[in-house]
Design a binder for this molecule. Structure first.
Ligand code: NDP
Length: 547
């Protein structure tokens, strides 16, 4: 990364700044690779104890952590807001509330989800065999999140990991280290045994050291470029990785949609968290006949939004998290302009927000204000560069389509596939279109928020990721399934055992023809041959005993 764009880092410590005011939020030592290895070793040692801790004790501690969050909800929201720039209310609505729900869900349901599960094994059951799956924890789970949801994403993944019996090491983003430390503090307050959840701090190098230290699983949230680096490094130790990567999420609005609702959804979906959500609406496709009306409604709604420091309760759009991110947004808006799209509203930094504190720090660390006006762009087309690369900022480009088929083609014309939404009053059309969209989550008449439903799986198609977090599928990423197979009538040798013979080969032909059909009726034909083979094996055994 260009050092000029790096906030608050010197050789020994990270300094976290409020992007809205420039005030210092806190500073913390950078962990060296040696420190990280030592943390991982302690985590592995704690795993030995934690994996044998009963589920009810794990549940009790997670529910205690929940209480600890509720007891200081405003303080936590303020911390998240001050490190990330998002509005205080958004920190509660989009980070704290969803993760509290996730905590209660996995505390209440995790045991049932992890209970050994019987598997139907068809005709093998008639031979007296049973099979079941027993779920074992993996060991040490390393969590490397991005800065945009610095509380809910790592905390949710940590909760699911510890519920499944793993220990956890989190490396928060260098932009939000204090929020990461808060997660450790909450678990400590809840009484979680030492080293079950640990936090290491630093920038990308610390994350790389964590990957090198060979944890048993890596849960990564971030860019495609870093995801590829982490996958390559993890492969050296065969560490498996869940990748939650970028998005360029489409919203399709048909002419029969409730346009008033669709306009409100587009504004929230594109501008919440200053557009810095992996599932932000980054491309809006509207049916040509209603394009002007919808665009006008969106522009009017955007005009009403107040932008400013996130601690003011009537602010809807806060600061962006970093100068680096601002520059990507500026570049994309410029690219839209140059390609002939029209900026309907916004389109530049918002320099009018008054500085309220820490002017000195601000001067030192922020070259320009970190507020970007919410920006609506019409006349966008898929061949424009900014319609293809992830922006991760408060921009809403609008393109048009004529037919259902064209809408699907345009939406799928992307390297990404995280989420999408379809807006129509015709639910069967909504579902039909949704099924053809290449994305991990598709909403009909809803937008963006499904990461907040911890009960449902989260993850992307195409370059938006590999694996899943949340829901049953997410929990399964955090355990290793053990197949336990039992022969309850172990009195005869198996027909496929050695020594082989012509009788054996004939029996195997029968297996292929009849038993492998799965049909009991067909398999009955095989019984005489099977008896012959077993007799042969038993005779061999008797002969062996006699000699
Ligand atoms: P980055 O890929 O830059 O960083 C993500 C995390 O990886 C940070 O903690 C970062 O540390 C760390 N990191 C950086 N380099 C390395 C390395 N070589 N080895 C190990 N760790 C490393 O992403 P951003 O933080 O910029 O996040 C924005 C991206 O995240 C967007 O593309 C967005 O779409 C995606 N995202 C995806 C989500 C999903 O669920 N699919 C959800 C949220 C965001 P540091 O910050 O200290 O450099």
């Amino acid at each position: 990364m260009n050092p000029a764009l790096t906030l608050g880092r010197n050789e020994e410590e990270l300094i976290s700044y409020d992007p809205a005011t420039g005030a210092e939020v806190g500073r913390i030592q950078i962990d060296s690779p040696g420190d990280v290895r030592a943390v991982l070793a302690r985590s592995r040692q704690a795993f030995g104890m934690w994996k044998t801790t009963s589920f009810s004790e794990r549940r009790r501690l997670v529910m205690k952590a929940r209480e600890a969050i509720l007891a200081e909800i405003d303080g936590i929201a303020k911390l998240i807001s001050s490190e990330s720039g998002k509005p205080f209310g958004e920190a509660i609505a989009m980070e704290i509330a969803p993760v509290l729900d996730l905590m209660q869900y996995f505390a209440r349901n995790g045991e049932k989800m992890l209970r050994p599960a019987k598997i139907g094994i068809g005709l093998y059951a008639l031979l007296g065999r049973t099979s079941k799956i027993v779920y074992h924890p993996l060991g040490v789970v390393a969590i490397i999140p991005a800065w945009n949801y610095p509380f809910s994403i790592p905390l949710g993944e940590a909760v699911m990991s510890v519920m499944a019996g793993n220990t956890v090491v989190i490396k928060p983003s260098e932009l939000t280290p204090m929020t990461g430390l808060k997660i450790g503090e909450i678990f400590a307050k809840a009484g979680l045994p030492q080293d079950v959840v640990q936090i290491v701090t630093g920038a990308g190098e610390t994350g790389a050291a964590l990957v090198e230290a060979a944890p048993d699983k890596i849960m990564f949230t971030g860019s495609v470029a870093t995801g590829k680096k982490i996958s390559a490094a993890a492969a050296r130790n065969l560490t498996s990785v869940v990748l939650e990567l970028g998005g360029k999420d489409p919203m399709i609005v048909f002419e029969d949609a409730n346009l008033e609702l669709a306009a409100g959804a587009a504004v929230w979906g594109a501008f919440c968290n200053s557009g810095q959500s992996c599932s932000s609406v980054e491309r809006l496709y509207v049916q040509e006949s209603v394009a002007d009306r919808l665009t006008k409604m969106i522009v009017e709604k955007t005009r009403e939004l107040k932008q400013g420091p996130g601690d003011l309760e009537d602010v809807s759009i806060g600061a962006m998290s970093s100068e680096r991110q601002m520059q990507i947004v500026e570049d994309h808006v410029e690219a839209f302009r140059e390609a002939g799209a029209k900026i309907e509203i916004g389109g530049k930094r918002n320099a009018e927000i008054p500085l309220r504190s820490a002017g000195g720090d601000r001067e030192r660390n922020f070259r320009r204000p970190l507020f970007y006006q919410p920006t609506v762009i019409s006349g966008a087309t898929n061949d424009m560069r900014a319609m293809r690369e992830e922006t991760f900022g408060p921009t809403l480009p609008i393109a048009t389509f004529k037919t259902e088929e064209e809408a699907i083609t345009l939406a799928n014309d992307s390297e990404f596939g995280l989420t999408a939404s379809v807006w129509t009053r015709d639910y069967s059309k909504g579902r039909r279109v949704a099924e053809r969209i290449e994305a991990g989550s598709v909403c009909v008449n809803e937008v963006l928020y499904t990461h907040g439903i911890g009960q449902t799986p989260w993850g992307g198609f195409k370059n938006s990721g590999r694996g899943r977090t949340h829901g049953h599928a997410g929990l399964m990423e955090l355990v290793q399934p053990q197949h336990m197979h039992v022969n309850r009538i172990a009195i005869l040798p198996d027909a496929w055992w050695m020594p082989y013979s012509p009788v054996a080969v004939e029996t195997f032909r029968g297996f292929a023809k009849y038993f492998a059909s799965g049909s009991l009726r067909k398999t009955a034909i095989l019984l005489p041959q099977l008896q012959k083979r077993i007799r042969e094996l038993l005779k061999g055994k008797e002969d062996g005993t006699r000699s």
